[in-house]
Design a binder for this molecule. Structure first.
Ligand code: PLP
Length: 451
């Protein structure tokens, strides 16, 4: 391929990037990733990096599995495209929806396909409103979500999300979406006991339902563990209380498992890890390990019965794209048959937990939390008070991220939190490497912040 500088110049000239300050592309250049295998990325200069983010929280299976490429090629030759509208279907969509039903807990047995998590959450907005209208309660339109949630980038899904800068850029949220506080004890819990704080935040749901009128509320949506918000693992008290409130008011509970699903938290789904019983589950990312774009809304029997009783006027050209379905099916087959999810939960997760939590001893780290293969550390100038860095210091997280990159580790920063979500196939040796490189990057960031 062309020299890196030429690729960077062309990219800056013609490619608009998501979540990137455009001027930085000109100033610093973009990192060009050319190849990947297992947990290792290679860039256009031949540098290798351990990808502790599994791309964007999605390459659960790891890179470079030929079986998925072969499944895509086979499907492209046999039936590259057909739709699932107007009483038609095809074998990959049938097989995948059946496989998903066999893996998801409870009676979450029916999948409405989309191409991404954003589309799937947009589907959910229309789906729950249609459900209530069909049940003779069309006034139930409101969906309650949380501040600092991330549910996608389309108008509907970003409105469900609670990211203030996103809302400000697009005149969001759209109507009938409301937000309550997040269960983020470290940043917002002050002197409260974490479990008390978890209960308090969950009870904001009940207060909001009462304030808005229970007869107007359609659903609550939440990520079992907030991912893009900084891997916020809620106190144990939180989800049971949310579940109790949803049950009490008879509102639908949507678990957004786009990141958490398919082994990330050590179980197939985080709803199992937290004992959540959702009516609807949003899935994407790990469904195909990112090898092909696909997402979906998995609904329980009762919701499916109601939707099947009408024509749900909703769908995407690529709802159940045969190539994406074939790739996802092969991905799930391998995750399942090779015992990758089970091994990640039972062997890798406890080992990684030990290494990750030891980072809490670093002077720059206020807390180090992890569940399954999804972890975060909070950077702080003062451990005891959990203080945040002053804004004019530059973002500590950004500084740390750059030291990670320079030392062969891809870790993402969310403000001053560093987050990881490595491929489930990461080995113990690679976990050691991850922890060593993270410690080194913390040392360098610490020194830079003190200078
Ligand atoms: N929901 C959650 C919890 C996510 O983390 C994301 C993406 O990161 C989405 C939805 C949106 O998915 P997509 O980027 O595939 O549209």
């Amino acid at each position: 391929h062309m020299p890196t500088a030429e690729l960077q110049a062309l990219d800056a000239a013609h490619h608009l990037h998501p979540f990137t300050h455009g001027h930085d592309l000109n100033k610093k250049g973009v990192r060009v990733i050319t190849r990947a295998n297992g947990v290792t990325l290679t860039d256009s200069d031949g540098n290798e990096m351990l990808d502790a983010m599994a791309g964007l929280w999605c390459v659960n299976l790891g890179y470079g599995r030929d079986e998925l490429a072969e499944a895509a090629a086979r499907q492209m030759k046999e039936l590259p495209y057909y739709n699932t509208f107007f009483q038609t279907t095809h074998v990959p969509a049938i097989a995948l929806s059946e496989k998903i039903a066999s893996l998801t807990p409870y009676d979450l047995n029916h999948t409405f396909f989309a191409s991404s998590g954003s589309e799937a959450n947009d589907t959910n907005i229309r789906l729950v409103r249609t459900y209530w209208a069909e049940k003779g309660q069309p006034e139930r339109k409101i969906i309650i979500s949380r501040m600092n949630a991330y549910h996608g980038s389309s108008m509907g899904s970003a409105s469900l999300g609670g990211m203030v800068p996103m809302h400000e850029q697009g005149d969001m949220p759209i109507e009938n979406i409301h937000h309550i506080g997040q269960p983020h004890w470290y940043a917002e819990g002050g002197d409260m006991d974490p479990e008390e704080f978890g209960l308090m935040r969950a009870r904001e749901l009940e207060e909001k339902i009462e304030e808005l009128g229970p007869e107007k509320v359609a659903a609550f949506i939440g990520e079992p563990i907030q991912g893009a918000g900084g891997v916020i693992i809620p106190p144990k008290s939180y989800w049971p209380e949310i579940q109790r409130i949803c049950d009490k008011y008879g509102i639908l509970l949507i678990a957004d498992e786009v990141i958490c699903g398919f082994g990330r938290t050590g179980d197939w789904f985080a709803s199992e890890s937290f004992g959540i019983k959702p009516h609807i589950m949003t899935i994407a990312k790990g469904l195909s390990s990112g090898y092909a774009p696909i997402g979906g809304s998995v609904v329980c029997d009762e919701v499916a019965d109601v939707l099947n009783g009408c024509e749900f006027s909703h769908g995407y050209t690529y709802s159940g794209h045969p190539v994406s379905c074939a790739v996802a099916l092969e991905n799930l087959r391998i995750l399942d048959e090779e015992g990758i999810v089970e091994r990640a939960g039972k062997e890798t997760a406890p080992y990684l937990k030990g290494k990750w939590e030891a980072l809490a001893d670093h002077p720059l780290v206020g807390e180090a939390k992890i569940q399954g293969l999804m972890g975060s550390i909070a950077l702080t100038p003062h451990k005891e008070s959990r203080a945040a860095f002053a804004a004019d210091k530059g973002t500590a997280g950004l500084i740390c991220r750059e030291h990670c990159f320079a030392n062969g580790l891809v870790m993402r920063h969310v403000g001053d939190r560093m987050v990881i979500s490595p491929p489930l196939v990461i080995t113990k040796d690679e976990v050691d490497m991850l922890a060593d490189r993270a410690w080194k990057a913390l040392d360098l960031a610490h020194k830079q912040l003190e200078d």
